[in-house]
Design a protein around this ligand. Structure first.
Ligand SMILES: *Cc1c(COP(=O)(O)O)cnc(C)c1O
Length: 256
């Protein structure tokens, strides 16, 4: 078994144990591989134990890898912050944008979908940790924001997403993860037409147990499957600077 396949097995055991600890059924949990900085060869290696959903953070990297993996059936979500002027580029390569964090990006995606005659699944991203550096709509605006996005004809709101508080101990991120579940309940009780929140996308390598206890249905895992990011996997695609992309991400999306 390859190292990645072994890591996936371990991770699946963790999921089963975490579900057992809180009386949930592991079949409720979808695993998404956070593949930023991972070259196509390693994604394919992981897929041998799959299939799994994958998620990318940066538009250019997403498009390059989608092209490189064009012959393979790999479902991809956008999970990183999306600038309006790049929205068109990702659309052809993703089945869902999880990082809808403001009305203007929802409107832009909707206009593009109208023009292309397609419907797009989206998750609404909330900043549940209160950290200034985090992307995501303010929880205080949850119902209004959901209502506004729900009026866009070609987007289907399918879930909520958050990046929990990055804390030295996962117990500390519990409040921010619980907050997303509370937002789901709040939005559901508002009974907005066309809104069916099937997914709570939360939980990463360090806090997946807490996320499962708080109701996650989709975990986004990178490190504990692929290893720590930032070392140049030059053996795979020496001409691409995946490692540098990873450092940028860590600064923009994680450490900051
Ligand atoms: C990188 C990333 C993850 C996965 O984080 P790990 O700690 O490597 O498991 C999940 N969600 C988002 C939005 C990410 O950028």
């Amino acid at each position: 078994m390859s190292r990645i396949a072994g890591n996936i097995k371990q991770l699946q055991l963790r999921i089963v144990r975490a579900c057992a600890a809180c009386g949930r059924d592991p079949s409720e949990i979808t695993l998404l591989l956070a593949t930023k900085t991972q070259p196509p060869a390693r994604i394919l290696e992981a897929m041998e134990a799959g299939p799994f959903l994958t998620g990318e953070n940066r538009v250019q990297e997403l498009v390059e890898k989608a092209d490189a993996l064009a012959g393979h059936r790999i479902e991809r979500h956008m999970i990183g912050h999306l600038q309006s002027n790049k929205a068109g580029k990702v659309l052809d390569h993703v089945t869902c944008v999880q990082s809808v964090d403001r009305l203007s990006i929802a409107q832009k995606l909707n206009r593009l979908c109208v023009a292309r005659g397609r419907v797009l699944d989206v998750f609404l991203q909330f900043n549940t940790s209160g950290e200034d550096s985090k992307f995501g709509m303010s929880p205080a605006r949850a119902v209004d924001f959901t209502r506004d996005v729900s009026r866009l004809s070609h987007l289907r709101i399918r879930g909520l997403m958050t990046v929990g508080l990055l804390a030295p101990h996962p117990v500390l991120s519990r409040g921010s993860l619980a907050r997303l579940r509370q937002l789901r309940d709040l939005i559901t009780s508002a009974r907005i037409e066309g809104v069916h929140l099937r997914h709570l996308s939360m939980g990463m390598s360090t806090d997946l147990e807490v996320a499962i206890a708080e109701g996650a249905t989709m975990l986004r895992i990178g490190t504990d499957i692929f290893g720590t990011r930032g070392l140049p996997p030059g053996t795979f695609w020496p001409e691409k600077e995946w490692a540098r992309a990873g450092e940028v991400h860590v600064r923009e999306g994680q450490a900051s």
